[in-house]
Design a protein around this ligand. Structure first.
Ligand SMILES: [Cu+2]
Length: 480
């Protein structure tokens, strides 16, 4: 197996010893953006997986019940789908700066934006996300992470015409500006809004930073109620929850959880999207009577909506960090090999019709689990990827993360022994040469202490089948 790809924080990337890595990262970004849109490794191609342009136009909408992008949100597959998504982008970056061009210690990786890092000027953006100009191979160039100019239009469908970009050449937009282009009346309002911002503020970047700081420190207004959970404490609360469903997604945590105690990592993720893109409550156009999911008077940047968020490169350094926090949770709770998704059908995070609606190749009542196809991701043989294929990022996917915020070099062994009533037990066949099946707490990695206590119980030595975590035939649920 080749060397593990190591993803660093964008601040670590600024260190003198990482200059080659930073250069290659920027160079790779520049190149995937320049590839022809027909190239599968082009940024355009990969950005289109997430939302617009919609894949399955025969879905008649009911915009809240169907989602015609591939991305998974509000459900138990959110973290898995985006894990493969980040990997796909990272592979494209590595393709355009091949190994022989990378130089010593210049490995290309999808580095992460550690916005929860409280160790320095936490309320500033890492320079690589804000600088107009950067150096690539010694030449000053426009920073490829600032945005993307779409080579093709995003046509309006009956699902989500509001976010369509009817003309090619649209430039992605961030707070405090608006990128609304459709319909024409809405486009004109957005243009006026943008002109007004520029007229009144000599430095719109400061408005962006101010907004970002507000989200980071104070939380925000939801349905008129002030939510005073800062992003950092929200993330800590999410990581403290050993139940995968509750940790992973907004639908499950809203259903099960006490809102004051638990918080899913998806909500933390949402807040960064809104901090970068802007918040957009629904309004009705007084003239046409059309309902818009956005306030044209305010900011409406691409990161604030699923339809176009992935066209802003910042999306991927954000999701790399969310994926890292997923890995931190896995390490903390001993789930680096096995993750148990609860199939409680009352949980709205489990069936598509109760959350974002079915995506392409899904049905509304389907139960989402470790074997659900994560379209459009495939392995080398063209087999559709599943959550089960991306549980262990190092052994299954060959990458890892540096130690960032909320992470520890070694989680205390005791965390593996914590029991929690909410967790459904599963049976794991621990050895090939015994037929015994042992009940252990769901998803818990078979750490040495657990192994020892099982051995004591069974009075014989346990040989752990190394493949038990990734093959369904050795992993059974209790019949319900
Ligand atoms: Cu996202």
């Amino acid at each position: 197996m080749s060397k593990l790809t190591v993803r660093l924080s964008l601040r670590e990337l600024e260190k003198p010893e990482n200059q080659q890595k930073k250069n290659n990262f920027l160079k790779a970004w520049k190149r995937i953006k320049q590839l022809p849109h027909t190239n599968p490794n082009s940024f355009w191609s990969i950005a289109t997986y997430h939302g617009m342009p919609f894949k399955n136009h025969e879905f008649k909408v009911d915009s809240k019940k169907k989602w015609s992008g591939y991305c998974q949100h509000n459900n138990v597959l959110f973290l898995f789908w985006h894990r493969f998504y980040c990997l796909r982008l990272e592979q494209a970056l590595q393709t355009v700066v091949p190994e022989d061009e990378q130089g010593e210690d210049g490995e290309v990786a999808l580095h992460y934006w550690d916005y929860l890092d409280q160790s320095g000027n936490e309320y500033e953006l890492p320079p690589i996300l804000s600088a107009e100009k950067v150096y690539i191979d010694g030449k000053e160039e426009r920073n490829p992470l600032l945005g993307f100019k779409l080579p093709l239009p995003l046509p309006a469908t009956d699902t989500d015409a509001f976010y369509a970009k009817p003309e090619a050449g649209y430039q992605t937009t961030r707070y405090p500006f608006s990128g609304i282009q459709n319909p024409e009346a809405a486009r004109i309002k957005a243009m006026e809004h943008n002109r007004d911002i520029k007229k009144r503020h000599s430095c719109p970047d400061e408005l962006f930073l101010h907004n970002f700081r507000d989200w980071l420190t104070f939380g925000t207004i939801h349905n008129g109620n002030h939510d005073d959970v800062s992003l950092l404490s929200g993330a800590k609360r999410a990581l403290d929850n050993p139940d995968f469903n509750l940790f992973s997604n907004r639908s499950s945590s809203h259903y099960h959880g006490n809102k004051d105690i638990w918080r899913s990592i998806e909500v933390v993720h949402d807040h960064i999207h809104l901090a970068v893109g802007g918040y957009t409550p629904a309004i009705v156009d007084p003239q046409s009577g059309d309902v818009y999911f956005g306030d044209i008077e305010g900011a409406n940047g691409d990161m604030g909506d699923n339809e176009t968020a992935a066209f802003d490169p910042i999306f991927f350094v954000h999701h790399s960090n969310i994926d890292r926090l997923f890995w931190v949770w896995q390490k903390k709770w001993g789930r680096i090999n096995v993750i148990n998704i609860s199939k409680n059908l009352e949980d709205p995070g489990v069936t598509p019709e109760k959350n974002q609606g079915p995506t392409v190749h899904q049905t509304g009542k389907q139960v989402l689990d470790l074997d659900t196809g994560l379209y459009p991701f495939q392995d080398e043989l063209g087999v559709v990827r599943k959550a089960r294929d991306c549980v262990h990022i190092e052994t299954q996917l060959n990458y890892t993360y540096s130690i960032g915020s909320l992470d520890k070099h070694d989680w205390p062994q005791s965390s593996l022994d914590t029991t929690n009533e909410q967790i459904e037990p599963i049976k794991i066949r621990v050895s090939k040469d015994t037929e015994d099946e042992i009940d252990i707490i769901a998803g818990r990695e078979l750490g040495s202490r657990v192994k020892k206590s099982l051995e004591d119980k069974l009075h014989h030595h346990i040989v752990v089948d190394a493949t038990y975590s990734v093959h369904s035939k050795t992993l059974h649920r209790f019949p319900s």
